[in-house]
Design a protein around this ligand. Structure first.
Ligand SMILES: [Zn+2]
Ligand SMILES: [Zn+2]
Length: 276
């Protein structure tokens, strides 16, 4: 079994109308390309901040700029016009957990993907004025804050999958890295994922980013495997050609790390299926 659950039908660019992408034909195209690449379990997980309802949770300027789509319309579209699993990528915003939980509880998802993109008001993966690296002092502080937020996100109970678990490395050598062994930062996050009973995403999206590596690093996958944290596999595609991107590399890495099964979701129930 191969899965691709962390998938966006529409690109991130602001101003792109949802109607162009939330169509049965687009979903069918995704389905066909995924099938050609051996992916049987396909789901979509649009960014929560693309939906106007997300402004009840948080009013960050980046969200206000992007929150234009109708969440109910997305949910009905996926359920009624496609055979895709229904997911959502929902940020962990510290202090906004109850509001986010209320928003998520209003719909019946197959899975909810939790992401840490923001530390306070600053972004981990936006190379603009909101970039956390322009506001924080050291790599140690940023990495610590990032993985602490990741641990907290797992423990909210809102999520089934914790996305791109070491997203903080996205810029690769273009940003400083902490000098100590990264396992120091991973450890509390792994423990939280285990305690919370959530799956950890292995994402090939990092291969398309400046860092040029799968999320997370091999050492973090090994720690998850040792601890018994289930693994979920996705590409974080934002267009159909990204589906299952780099999966040969991912399957080889996972196999090397001793992963034999990956997580499959149906109405928020998880089961494990053989990898491959
Ligand atoms: Zn993300
Ligand atoms: Zn995503």
């Amino acid at each position: 079994m191969l899965t691709d659950y962390h998938v966006h039908l529409r690109p991130d660019d602001p101003g792109t109308p949802a109607e162009l992408y939330f169509t049965a034909a687009n979903a069918e195209r995704y389905r066909e390309i995924a099938a050609e690449r051996g992916v049987k379990e396909l789901g979509v997980s649009e960014h929560i901040h693309r939906f106007s309802a997300a402004l009840d949770v948080w009013q960050h300027p980046f969200w206000r700029e992007n929150a234009v789509d109708d969440l109910d319309a997305y949910v009905s579209f996926v359920r009624e016009e496609t055979d895709l699993r229904l997911g959502i990528e929902a940020d962990f915003i510290a202090g906004r957990e109850d509001r986010m939980a209320n928003l998520l509880d209003a719909h019946e998802w197959d899975y909810v993907i939790g992401s840490v993109h923001f530390l306070g008001n600053y972004a981990v993966d936006n190379d603009d004025a909101t970039d956390v690296w322009r506001h924080e002092t050291t790599a140690e502080r940023i990495w610590k804050a990032y993985f602490e937020a990741l641990a907290r996100s797992a423990l909210t109970g809102m999520y089934d999958i914790i996305a791109h678990p070491d997203l903080v490395k996205i810029w690769g050598s273009a940003r400083p890295a902490p000098s100590r062994d990264p396992r120091f930062y991973y450890e509390p996050a792994i423990e939280a994922m285990l305690d919370a009973g959530v799956a950890m995403e292995v994402s090939t999206a990092g291969l398309r980013k400046p860092v040029g590596e799968i999320y997370p690093a091999r050492a973090m996958i090994e720690m998850a495997v040792d601890a018994g944290v289930p693994i979920a596999l996705s590409s974080d595609a934002h267009r159909s050609e990204h589906l299952a991107y780099g999966y040969e590399t991912a399957v080889e890495l996972l196999t090397d790390c001793g992963v034999k099964e990956i997580a499959v979701f149906d109405r928020r129930a998880r089961r494990m299926e053989p990898l491959g």
